[in-house]
Design a protein around this ligand. Structure first.
Ligand SMILES: C[S@@+](CC[C@H](N)C(=O)[O-])C[C@H]1O[C@@H](n2cnc3c(N)ncnc32)[C@H](O)[C@@H]1O
Length: 229
């Protein structure tokens, strides 16, 4: 009970349906989840957010097998683009030379193999590097949505979030964190919510947290749903 009472996400939740108009139709795949993937409902949420928020430019940190990349790319318009960053092939350590659970994932599967050769691959660009040292500057100020799901250590989540704030369009965009109530993501977000008053909300039934951003800073929540069909 104490843990629940201390969890700021308990008061800061939002249903996926709050983002969506009626009716709302999406195509999502590949649905089957394997260990280390987002859950099947989280995949639906990611694809739905990309469409409902009218994202055209998406940046993902943490490709793994490419399942979430492909699902989000399915919701992009034909002119849209999804960039996905992963550690370089075969690299089992991060740029600091440290091996951890997330860096070892890089040796389990070929990065992005679940989108390679699919129709969505035309809208996906695979990038390689450690997110702590990667040069994000060519992509800054261009993104509508950034999905953070690389290393889950506190310092990486902090650095990836700071990069995401710079990647998003000054006019507005969204950060989505996976595993928000877990690992190093939870203490980082709780710190920012309490100290910095960040308006982070957890999507009900998921570990996905969402926050609106404008001018490189957390922004007030807009009126939802945003998509008028
Ligand atoms: C949990 S998996 C991503 C899962 C994927 N988004 C999905 O839902 O299927 C994390 C990925 O981040 C990669 N990764 C770990 N540390 C990283 C780092 N420092 N920079 C870039 N990618 C990293 C891992 O190799 C792994 O592919």
């Amino acid at each position: 009970m104490w843990g629940v009472a201390q969890d700021p996400f308990v008061e800061e939740r939002i249903a996926l349906s709050a983002f969506l108009p009626e009716p709302f139709v999406i195509t999502v795949g590949p649905l089957k989840s394997t260990p280390h993937n987002a859950s099947e409902y989280e995949l639906v949420c990611l694809a739905a957010l990309v469409k409902a928020l009218r994202a055209e430019q998406v940046f993902e940190i943490g490709t793994y097998d490419g399942r979430s990349s492909r699902a989000m790319a399915m919701s992009l318009p034909a002119s849209g683009r999804l960039l996905t960053l992963n550690l370089p092939p075969g690299e089992d350590r991060n740029a600091a030379g440290i091996q951890n659970v997330d860096s070892l994932l890089n040796t389990k599967v070929g990065s992005g193999f679940r989108f390679v050769g699919t129709p969505e691959a035309e809208r996906i660009k695979q990038l390689f590097g450690d997110s702590a040292t990667f040069d994000f500057t060519p992509f800054e100020g261009q993104m509508d949505l950034v999905f953070i799901d690389g290393s889950h250590e506190f310092d990486y989540v902090r650095k990836d979030t700071e990069s995401a704030l710079r990647l998003l369009k000054p006019s507005g965009g969204w950060i989505v964190w996976h595993d928000a109530p877990l690992y190093g993501v939870a203490p980082y977000l709780k710190q920012q919510m309490r100290g910095g008053q960040w308006p982070v909300r957890l999507i009900e039934g998921t570990t996905l947290a969402v926050m609106p951003v404008a001018e490189g800073r957390p922004a007030p929540w807009p009126n939802l749903p945003l998509l008028q069909l």
